[in-house]
Design a protein around this ligand. Structure first.
Ligand code: FAD
Length: 554
């Protein structure tokens, strides 16, 4: 091996890559993470955020056990970004309950460690009392509880914690090639810096490929093969919490689908379709939206009256099991050491896995990395809290002290835990920064400024991922301009970049919403588009949706 600047280069800033960077950095390895877009900008940002009991995979007891253990761990290290949701499976037909009784046993095995009650049957009356919008003819309900995490904040906090332990995190840097010596050993990584337009290279001892549904492409850049099974999943998002509890039901093909209150929206998901398309270009189809709505309608007849604000689509990077339906593919993960298959030495890739198991995956790969580097350092990611999880925050007292609404502070606490005190500190010198910029979420100006200064966003879309900016009912109609001017001021953006960033943000919102538009909502969206195209003189007709503000072509 050559004398390298880094021990390890991690490719990919999703849940897996950021977890690996955190673990490697915490064990003292010189760590660099390269992400071609922003942190959490791909699959993980499109998932439901369920840190599940593994109930759906009850025929994989080891995975269920791993999930349960990880839930306990997340509750210990990331409590401030976790929500516990009650879930109800309303039954219209007894055959569903009878065929699935083994689910109840598997779920109940780990309830104590997860701090949830055992699964229970509820009468129709009790079910309807909890969720009055259910079909009046249900014959029973099955009640259980699951935990959810904010996937964007999780990835960001893992990245920030890695930085706290001296890792380098570089976004908008796409790995395009590798430096490989005659012995077929990887000695360096070549990447394209999308902000500066320069091609750069860096020496490293080892590379972990955590590129999710692009992992096979990364392997190909190293002239190696990595068979993978790509599986598309779509969600429909409603503008508010339209149900009191999560609801699960079997769809027309017998798959379980769900409706989960999530933050201050509701997610309906998900589909599962094998795909060979470029994950970057996928959007939810009309068929997928109908599949979800029609299935949920069987137990929640009024679902179509609720307002859809977006769809989101991601691609599961599954283990390449053949001749089995998607639901029978393992939700476990594989670590592929390419040197063991006559591939490149120094390259290690992930296949499969879940958000809930990302810390576990990172621990396993970092153990392997340490072994290869001849180091014996124990993992501590399950013990040490992520930033903001150090203590409780008394938001009632803070609301009085800072004269900021309790609601705004509660939402801020859900994003930052104790780190919210840094935001409030800023308002002492700048009381004017208490102004609410995004009213849907809500978000005050001081939090936007702090995020820009400490969380390395480069665009409005990056701010959206960090703060949920523009993700509420108005989808950025009212906060985009205001947030863009704060971003421009903090980053010193030129006038053109300012406008292009607004276009990029609006285009991203439009990309998510256009498939779901129906009836009156279509007219309302036309109005929002009109506001920007005519009043704001921002006609989007020639925007290339895949380009970033600083890239040529805008
Ligand atoms: C619809 C849906 C719902 C889901 N729901 C859940 C759930 O509720 N709970 C759960 O536990 N799991 C869920 N999952 C699974 C979970 O989201 C994924 O397993 C997990 O997020 C994958 O994370 P990742 O980091 O491996 O991939 P990604 O999030 O895709 O991250 C990979 C990153 O690599 C980057 N990259 C790619 N190529 C390069 C390159 N050449 N150079 C630099 N960077 C590169 C990409 O930009 C991307 O950011 C769901 C998945 C889907 C699709």
């Amino acid at each position: 091996m050559t004398d390298s600047k880094f021990d390890i280069v991690v490719i990919g800033g999703g849940s897996t890559g950021t977890a690996v960077a955190r673990d490697c950095a915490m064990r003292g390895l010189r760590t660099l993470l390269l992400e071609r877009d922003d942190i959490a900008s791909a699959t993980v940002g499109t998932c439901a955020g369920m840190i599940s009991s593994g109930l759906k995979y009850h025929d994989e007891p080891d995975i269920m056990k791993m999930c349960s253990k990880e839930v306990v761990c997340w509750n210990h290290i990331a409590r401030h970004i976790i929500m516990k949701n009650p879930v109800l499976a309303p039954l219209l037909d007894l055959s569903d309950a009878a065929s699935d009784s083994s689910y109840m046993d598997s779920y109940s095995e780990h309830v104590e460690e997860r701090d949830v009650p055992a699964m229970m049957f509820l009468t129709p009356d009790a079910s309807l009392e909890i969720e009055p919008m259910l079909h009046p003819e249900i014959i029973a309900g099955v009640y259980y509880e699951e935990y959810f995490i904010d996937p964007f904040r999780l990835c960001l906090l893992q990245a920030l914690d890695a930085i706290n332990h001296d890792a380098e995190i570089r976004t908008y840097c796409e790995v395009i090639d590798f430096e490989i010596n005659d012995k077929q050993e990887i000695e360096g990584v070549i990447f394209y810096n999308r902000v500066s337009g320069a091609t750069e290279s860096v020496a490293t001892k080892l590379v972990v490929n955590a590129a999710g549904p692009w992992a096979h492409k990364v392997a190909k850049s190293a002239k190696d093969e990595l068979p993978i099974r790509l599986n598309k999943g779509a969600h429909v998002i409603f503008d508010r919490r339209i149900v009191n509890t999560g609801i699960t039901v079997k769809a027309i093909d017998g798959r379980w689908i769900y409706l989960f209150p999530h933050e201050n929206t509701t997610l309906l998901g998900t589909t599962a379709l094998d795909t060979w398309e470029d994950p970057d270009t996928l959007v939810a189809s009309f068929d997928e939206i109908e599949y979800l709505l029609q299935s949920m309608e069987t137990v929640l007849p009024s679902i179509r009256e609720a307002r859809i604000i977006r769809t989101m689509t991601g691609v599961r990077p599954l283990v390449p099991d053949w001749k089995v339906p998607e639901r029978n593919v393992t939700r476990g993960y594989r670590i592929i050491d390419h040197s063991e298959n006559d591939g490149k030495k120094g390259l290690i890739s992930f296949l499969g896995g879940k958000l809930v198991t990302c810390r576990h995956m990172a621990e396993a790969v970092t153990d392997l990395v340490c072994k290869k580097l001849g180091k014996d350092i124990a993992c501590s990611t399950h013990e040490k809290p992520l930033p903001g999880n150090e203590d409780d925050v008394d938001i009632i007292a803070l609301s009085k002290e800072y004269d900021i609404s309790l609601h705004a502070l509660e939402r801020m606490r859900a994003r930052r835990g104790t780190e919210m005190l840094k935001v409030l500190e800023l308002t002492k010198e700048h009381p004017e920064w208490k102004t609410t910029i995004c009213t849907c979420e809500p978000i005050i100006e001081a939090e936007i400024r702090l995020s820009i200064r400490e969380e390395f966003p480069q665009t409005l879309n990056d701010l959206r991922r960090r703060l949920r900016l523009g993700t509420g009912p108005c989808q950025g109609t009212f906060c985009t301009y205001k947030a863009a001017s704060i971003l421009s001021e903090e980053l010193g953006l030129a006038g053109d970049d300012f406008l292009v960033d607004i276009l990029d943000f609006r285009a991203e919102r439009w990309k998510g919403i256009r498939q779901s538009l129906r009836g009156e909502q279509l007219a309302q969206e036309e109005l929002a588009q009109g506001m920007y195209a005519c009043v704001g003189n921002l006609d989007q007709s020639d925007v290339d949706y895949d380009l970033k503000p600083w890239e040529e072509g805008h």
